[in-house]
Design a protein around this ligand. Structure first.
Ligand code: FAD
Length: 405
């Protein structure tokens, strides 16, 4: 039997932050991390396209799911403290114009190394290739896999998203074993499946600055940013940020919502009509394929003309009528795609849903159901958008749990 004061199950973002904070604050405690993969921090290597967008300077203003619950962790460990924490491990960071914080090296491996070396320096025991499948509550602590014992336990096994990086949902079973309940789970920050017959001809085309409005019976959500057309629908940050809400609508209302793309969010409909009329003078001898190439990729322009029902490859721009400009402007401002689902947990960056926040003390991350049990990170029902917001939650909640108050 291997016995420790504190064991952390799950050795990635929240778990490593928890372990380091615990050992720094309580050097007398014996601390161990149990990780099912052959190495700790594997998911971090894939974050931020390999650069690891590790927090966001504006996270305190960000709308998370269960924001009120998360506030105490953010008060204790705001983005600036997270940057200082990494600074204390020797890792320097910079922020871009949107507040997204990256390691100065621009490589996620530096973040994993910083955590790994600090774990080694603090002499925290790490057991890799050790999937936890069973946890029993005992009078004086916990028995894990009939192999480990501890007085205090932090579970940081993540959600169900991106299973090759380790988070396969097994942590939810462990939480249930200890008396907790879990909300319905949805893949979040994941590409959406939407009108493939329309998007397929635009496959691989990116549009930089659009708004997407998700609507069912009424407006559900709106995002702004980049989209990428694919053969199944839409990827890109603006689309991925709508995914969990689209899936929730489909599951609850049993209908498919639409997402409406506004390709010119900074121009009003009337100004756009005038602009198109002016374009007609400039390009009057061109074929209709080229009508919108001054501000949109050609394939997108063709799709808009088709949606506006004025597409005929041989048609010349000077054949367009007043109503054609109005119809084209309308489709530029509101291009509809029917959303049929998402690319699922396998392709999701985050899981929306998790252990119910009402069962956890927000000031300590300790279970209200099982004393000396703590949770942190994505396993809890808190999630945010793209931009470093989910790692901010993982570090902040991990460090708070690591205080083991
Ligand atoms: C491709 C990708 C890119 C991303 N990019 C960003 C980004 O740039 N910025 C951002 O803020 N967020 C990003 N995220 C989200 C972010 O990585 C997660 O929100 C965050 O890592 C969650 O941290 P966690 O520690 O709670 O869970 P995880 O990081 O998922 O870690 C859970 C750990 O527990 C281990 N584990 C699971 N079950 C068991 C078990 N039964 N026994 C033992 N060990 C177990 C897993 O192997 C894993 O190591 C990205 C996610 C993905 C998939």
């Amino acid at each position: 039997m291997k016995t420790f004061d504190l064991i952390i199950v799950g050795g990635c973002s929240a778990g490593l932050a928890a372990a380091i904070n615990a050992k720094r604050l309580h050097p007398e405690m014996s601390v161990a991390v149990i990780e099912k993969l052959p190495r700790i921090g594997k998911k971090l290597l894939a974050t931020g396209n390999g650069k690891c967008n590790l927090t966001n300077e504006y996270a305190l203003n960000h709308e998370y799911v269960n924001r009120d619950f998360a506030q105490a962790a953010f008060d204790a460990y705001p983005p600036q403290k997270i940057v200082e924490f990494f600074g204390s491990t020797g890792l320097l960071c910079y922020a871009d114009s949107e507040g997204r914080v990256y390691p100065e090296s621009n490589t996620a491996a530096s973040v994993v190394d910083a955590l790994r070396f600090e774990i080694e320096r603090l002499e925290i025991d790490v057991f890799c290739e050790t999937p936890v499948t069973d946890i029993k509550k005992k009078s004086n602590g916990f028995l894990i896999n009939n192999e480990f014992e501890c007085k205090k336990l932090i579970i940081t096994t993540g959600g169900k998203s991106s299973p090759p990086q380790g988070s396969d949902g097994s942590g939810f079973l462990l939480a249930k074993q200890l008396g907790h309940s879990v909300t319905k789970l949805y893949p979040a920050l994941v590409p959406i499946c939407a009108s493939p017959e329309i998007t397929k001809p635009m496959k691989g085309v990116r549009v930089r600055n659009v708004t997407l409005t998700l609507k069912g019976e009424k407006k559900i959500a709106q995002t702004r940013g980049e989209i990428l057309f694919t053969d199944y629908g839409l990827s890109g940050i603006a689309a991925m940020e709508l995914a969990s809400q689209a899936q929730k609508y489909i599951d609850n209302v049993k209908e498919k919502p639409f997402t409406y793309i506004d390709f010119m969010p900074d121009m009003s409909y009337d100004d756009l009509v005038e602009y198109l009329k002016n374009l007609c003078k400039i390009k009057r001898f061109c074929k209709i394929d080229n009508l919108l190439t001054g501000f949109l990729p050609k394939a997108v322009g063709i799709a808009i003309c088709k949606a506006a029902k004025l597409y005929n490859a041989e048609m010349r721009i000077d054949e367009l009528k007043e109503k054609d400009f109005r119809q084209t402007a309308q489709k530029i401002k509101s291009f509809p795609l029917e959303v049929s689902g998402t690319k699922g947990f396998a392709n999701a960056q985050v899981t929306s849903g998790g252990i119910k926040v009402g069962e956890i003390d927000l000031k300590t991350m300790q279970s209200k159901i099982c004393p000396n049990l703590y949770f942190a990170g994505e396993i809890i029902d808190v999630d945010g958008g793209c931009g470093g917001f989910n790692l901010q939650w993982a570090w902040a909640s991990g460090m708070l749990a690591g205080e083991v108050k």
